[in-house]
Design a protein around this ligand. Structure first.
Ligand code: AMP
Length: 473
């Protein structure tokens, strides 16, 4: 998953983009990057592995002058975790420097890439996003806009894009609208961001959220709506509301916090625990869900697990070994709350089961009498091909085990998953507008064989030093 940001027509664009990227850190912790464009059209970029404040020192920011900037925070879902795959991409293009930030996964990237390579394209990275850059550059059409459209007509899957071509910025959301994007206004200039929390941090006023297939350009201080991309059935990613987005954001027209509380309430209705002493969340993503569960059921809300906030999200750091170890580093139980109690633990989702298994063990060791696990989403039975880092079938616990088998595996007294219908109703009024393929197996696009496995790590060229790119028109 990734976070994208765009700033247009604002002094110190890089400084604003930096703050916004800071607020989008939860969407990607592997690398961060930014390209700033000055009044002469010179683009300067910086990308690095690590967290936003690690990548952007004061010195680096001072070397990124301009009133236009686009930025990116990344964790890999296509292409490996390597500096060469960090974004924004920045290339020389016939109409000036072209910079691109992408959130989502292109499902036909492998096919397109093979074809491009056969025809002589030389790729810098293994990320699917670079395919778009090549398609734009090689398009037979004339203007940048026509070339971008030509490229978009050839890609499938999930893409929320912020592009800068010379001093023109584009904001684009694929026709199914898998990933969010918001337009905002600040002091006469414009901003684009994955989530509203990235706009709040700089005091920008939200103008509107992009609908599926919407694209705009920002040029000479004006926002111009471009003809929407060919219509497809909306497929907003329900996992954005369940897990991924920050609760203080408005995503797909819904307050993430309120949606999560409602998921918790629905969970309490579907799977009550009548004699429980207390309920608590696996912090932080399930906090609002536990609140909803407590409100609906009347069971006392507690803090039973304390999270060390200086450890990153367990999944975001790729590699199974570090993930298992990190669970212990990340959470600690509050014995005084847990001892001799019948407790309900709420989590937003169960993926591999590794976090939950370790947590249940900890909770039992802290003296719990009964442990009832409740999940505010249905069993995850298939991978996501649209930008969420869910693992392969083999690693997904619910892909091969029944609920009862999972209960035994986790060693809980009872286990309850929210139903698909319950989740969709709680997540939003208009049922059917969500992509829920990872729960239901109903994939809205074709999944080409090449990308049906895991992210492609072939052709990787590794670069370990932070790079600084300067590109003149
Ligand atoms: P596990 O118990 O190992 O299945 O891990 C479940 C935990 O991972 C839950 O607490 C979720 O909040 C979190 N989680 C779910 N999906 C993801 C994801 N795609 N990336 C990072 N963390 C996730």
């Amino acid at each position: 998953m990734c976070g994208v940001i765009g700033v247009a027509g604002l002094k110190n664009a890089a400084g604003l983009a930096y703050l916004s990227l800071y607020a989008l850190q939860h969407r990607g912790q592997e690398s961060a990057g930014m390209v700033a464009i000055d009044s002469a059209g010179t683009a300067r970029g910086h990308r690095g592995m690590g967290l936003v404040p690690e990548v952007f020192t004061q010195r680096v920011l001072s070397e990124l002058p301009g009133d236009i900037a686009i930025g990116h925070t990344r964790y890999s879902t296509a292409g490996s975790s390597a500096l060469l795959n960090a974004q924004p991409s920045l290339v020389h293009y016939h109409a000036g420097p072209l910079a691109l930030s992408h959130n989502g996964n292109l499902t036909n990237a492998e096919e397109l890439r093979d074809d491009l390579v056969r025809r002589g394209s030389i790729f810098q990275s293994s990320a699917d996003s670079e395919v778009l850059v090549h398609l734009i550059a090689r398009s037979d059409r004339q203007s940048p806009e026509e070339q971008i459209l030509d490229a978009l007509e050839r890609v499938e899957g999930a893409y929320t894009l912020i592009l800068a071509v010379g001093r023109t910025m584009y904001g684009i959301v694929d026709p199914r609208g898998f990933r969010p994007l918001v337009l905002a206004e600040l002091n006469g200039g414009w901003m684009l961001a994955s989530e509203t929390c990235a706009l709040d941090i700089v005091g920008a006023r939200v103008v509107r959220e992009f609908g599926p297939g919407e694209w705009i350009k920002i040029e000479d201080g004006m926002v111009v709506d471009l003809p929407p991309l060919p219509k497809k059935e909306p497929q907003r990613c329900v996992f954005e509301l369940i897990y991924f987005s920050r609760p203080d954001s408005i995503v797909f027209g819904t307050s993430v916090d309120l949606a999560r509380r409602e998921l918790g309430r629905q969970l309490a209705r579907e799977h009550p625990v009548p004699n429980a002493d207390c309920v608590f969340s696996v912090p932080d993503s399930a906090n609002a869900m536990a609140l909803g569960f407590a409100e609906e059921s009347g069971v006392k809300l507690e803090h039973g697990l304390i999270r060390n906030h200086y450890v990153g999200r367990t999944f975001i750091n790729p590699g199974q070994a570090s993930r298992t170890e990190k669970v212990r580093i990340k959470f600690n139980p509050v014995r005084e709350v847990i001892q001799d109690q019948s407790i309900v633990v709420i989590d937003d989702s169960l993926v591999r089961g590794t976090t939950s298994k370790a947590l249940v063990r900890m909770i039992r060791e802290a003296g719990a009498r009964e442990v009832h696990m409740r999940l505010a989403s249905p069993p995850i039975t298939g991978p996501c091909y649209y930008g969420i880092d869910t693992p392969t079938h083999e690693e997904l616990i619910a892909a091969s085990l029944s609920v009862e088998e999972i209960r035994r595996e986790l060693a809980v007294d009872t286990l309850g998953y929210l139903s698909l219908g319950g989740m969709l109703t709680a997540a939003g009024k208009e049922e059917g507008r969500f992509c829920h393929a990872c729960f239901s197996g109903k994939y809205p696009t074709e999944i080409p064989q090449a990308s049906a496995g895991k992210p492609n790590h072939r052709n990787d060229v590794l670069m370990v030093e932070a790079d600084l790119i300067h590109s003149n028109q």
